[in-house]
Design a binder for this molecule. Structure first.
Ligand code: 5GP
Length: 197
């Protein structure tokens, strides 16, 4: 998605060889217009899958998920990273090792929002080692529902998550695929293709 790639090039900050900061449009301040375009793109990519619900992880997955839910006309559920006092229903939980925080979180959802007949699209902001996506897949599986696929805003292709999920047979669609963050510079997987044309 060219618009997203350009935004990453203009505003993304390379914090290290493996961490990209995009807090001006996705992780802190949010660009609603870009989120709407992202939602339209996910809706277009997954329109034929018979999706009934979207599942994401708080907090940065919520904005792109809501826009996708708006386009597909379906509800969005976000898994919580901390137990809330108001989350009193029966919970489904999974353990996720956080890449950026370097700690394990128990993520949870109320079991009333995903039923066995649901077909669920999982959305997240970043894909690194695949821990968050696998935790969300675990929750859908515990609910005995179907995973339609995984929509990722920014995949870091030099980390193992994308390969791991695709090898397990999941459909993964990433709107920007970062090939490298070396030397403080973002390069995308498709940059190479363009250069050889
Ligand atoms: P994974 O679970 O695939 O290892 O990592 C994905 C999760 O870690 C995402 O939910 C995202 O919040 C966070 N994350 C991983 N890499 C980055 C990164 O380079 N930048 C930011 N802002 N978040 C990241």
């Amino acid at each position: 998605m060219e618009l997203l790639q350009n935004k990453i090039l203009e505003e993304g900050k390379v914090l290290s060889e493996s961490v990209l900061k995009v807090d001006s449009f996705l992780n802190h301040q949010i660009d609603p217009k870009l989120m709407l375009e992202i939602g339209e793109e996910f809706a277009r990519l997954f329109t034929t899958e018979g999706i009934t619900k979207i599942l994401t992880l708080e907090s940065s997955g919520i904005a792109p998920s809501v826009m996708t839910g708006l386009k597909l006309g379906i509800p969005v559920i976000f898994a919580r990273k901390r137990k809330s006092l108001t989350l009193t229903d029966d919970l489904l939980t999974a353990n996720v090792y956080s890449y950026t925080k370097q700690e394990s979180n128990e993520i949870s959802i109320s079991n009333k929002f995903i039923q066995p007949e649901d077909c669920v699209l999982i959305i997240d902001d970043f894909l690194a080692n695949g821990e968050a996506a696998l935790g969300l897949i675990d929750l859908v599986t515990q609910a005995k529902a179907t995973v339609a696929g995984i929509g990722i805003v920014i995949e870091k292709s030099f980390q193992v998550g994308g390969q791991k999920l695709r090898e397990q047979g999941w459909r993964v669609e990433s709107l920007a695929r970062v090939e490298s963050l070396s030397n403080g510079k973002v390069t995308f997987v498709n940059d190479k293709v363009e250069e050889t044309i």
